[in-house]
Design a protein around this ligand. Structure first.
Ligand code: ARG
Length: 463
């Protein structure tokens, strides 16, 4: 006699139901219910194909497709009761379908397995997420372009080793981030193009003896083609890993930018003011305005990296084809996706709202002997000195200015000539920060004219 507590989907050979601990470790419904819409879309495509190929009757196919829509509306309306005993979203949906349409529901699983089903659902979910990430990246890039255009000619210090190096333009600095997030955008698009193959119909691992039409289900679900190898189809999670690694690189970019915003908004720098909408106060220090959103972006990146490492680790020891280990893929991806979207949206908001303090940027741009390279270049260009000698002479001038407690443009011509007699008044032209940035006209340089051209190029590319 069959124990009625054994699983109604696979419990035929079981005499008893699972231990409570077994149920707890086995069930994924607590998280994979997020794939309900994808599961139902996959099942509806499968049902249509089963009817079109004559594997089930048209009336059964229609009943399944209609019934699945009812299940979807129950889930979306919040009236659906999820059961842990039914393990996952796939069996929860199918069991409810049976209650709604009766025995025809039992034919839905013909020529398929939960292995190709979950691979299909998860792929659809990740594909939606890649599309959402693309949208969020475009919005962030749009906000950066607005900043870059407004401040194409504002000067600020450029840093190496976080020490003042040479003057750059605010627009150029914003456009550096556009390049970074632009590469993220192209990685998202690459990943989407590569992952868009349909595993449905690979069945458990070997394919099926039913005359299914995999082209039809692939087309119906918006995939470019069915995946070519059934073993690979059910055991591949590269699409999730590519999402996580793409997300990790993007998160690293977000974190670097967040770090700059934390530094720039400090009282010591005062390069930018973040808006009230994206700052918080302190409960004890009334004067404080803290860049919490930037700090949290910087911190959230850890869990995205973590998800990438976690799933790589889950996958690395698995023999072909499906193993239950792979059920651990979803929570990592869901968490990384949620936090990436939040971080992208918060960064976009901060960038849109922030105001650069043009005067402070300009004052800082000229400090720290930032035009020393311009001076050395002048010695090369005008006096014909070898660069190495010019470097040395400029170093002596910097030391002289440092000794006098002034910046390079404040040295008198007499002082200059005490280091090298051929220096003329014309040298002062290159010591100003505006002249310095305007002279950086080599392709990819910081000159305002080039920054404007890059803004225009990106606008055109993004349409
Ligand atoms: N919940 C499972 C998962 O997420 C579905 C696939 C189960 N397949 C199986 N052969 N037990 O991976």
């Amino acid at each position: 006699m069959t124990d009625t507590t054994s699983n109604q989907m696979w419990g035929g050979r079981f005499a008893a139901g699972p231990d409570a601990i077994m149920e707890a470790i086995n069930a994924s419904i607590g998280f994979d219910k997020r794939m309900a819409a994808q599961d139902i879309a996959g099942s509806r495509a499968h049902a249509a194909m089963l009817a079109a190929t004559g594997i089930v009757s048209d009336s059964d196919g229609e009943a399944m497709r209609e019934g699945l829509l009812t299940v979807l509306s129950e889930i979306e309306g919040g009236s659906f009761e999820f059961s842990t005993a039914l393990e996952d979203i796939h069996m929860n949906v199918e069991a409810r379908l049976k209650e709604i349409i009766g025995d025809a529901a039992g034919r839905l699983h013909t020529g398929r397995s939960r292995n190709d089903q979950v691979a299909t659902d998860f792929r659809l979910w990740v594909r939606d997420q890649l599309d959402a990430t693309e949208g969020a990246l475009l919005a962030l890039i749009g906000a950066l372009l607005v900043q870059a255009e407004a401040g194409a000619e504002w000067v600020m210090p450029g840093f190496t080793h976080l020490q003042t190096a040479q003057p750059v333009t605010w627009g150029h600095h914003m456009m550096a981030y556009v390049e970074m997030f632009g590469r993220d955008l192209s990685r998202v698009r690459d990943a989407r193009a590569r992952m868009n193959e349909c595993p449905l119909g690979a069945a458990a691992l070997a394919g099926t003896s039913f005359p299914i039409d995999r082209e039809m289900t692939a087309r119906e679900l918006g995939f470019d083609r069915p995946s070519a190898n059934s073993l690979d189809a059910v055991s591949d999670r590269d699409f999730a890993l590519e999402f996580l690694s793409t997300a990790s690189i993007c998160a690293m970019h977000l974190s670097r930018m967040a770090e700059e915003l934390v530094i720039w908004s400090s009282a010591q720098f005062r390069f930018v003011a973040l808006s009230d909408r994206f700052s918080t106060g302190s409960s004890i220090m009334p004067q404080k305005k803290n860049p919490d959103a930037a700090e949290l972006i910087r911190a959230k990146i850890g869990r995205i990296f973590g998800a990438n490492v976690a799933l790589m680790t889950v996958m690395k020891g698995l023999p072909l084809a499906y193993s239950k280990d792979m059920q651990e893929d979803k929570e990592q991806v869901f968490d990384a996706a949620d936090n990436l979207m939040l971080a992208l949206a918060a960064m976009e908001g901060m960038v849109r709202d922030m105001s650069a303090n043009r005067d402070n940027l300009e004052a800082a741009a000229g400090s720290g002997f930032s035009t020393a390279t311009d001076l050395a270049d002048w010695l090369v260009r005008v006096l014909g000195m070898p660069f190495r000698d010019a470097h040395h002479v400029t170093g002596s001038l910097v030391a002289l200015a440092e000794g006098k407690g002034c910046d390079l443009p404040e040295l008198s011509l007499e002082d200059m000539q005490s280091v090298h007699g051929d220096i003329t008044q014309a040298v002062y032209d290159v010591l100003g920060v505006h002249n310095s940035v305007a002279s950086r006209m080599s392709y990819g340089g910081t000159a305002p004219e080039l920054v404007r051209a890059q803004v225009a190029r990106w606008k055109e590319m993004l349409g």
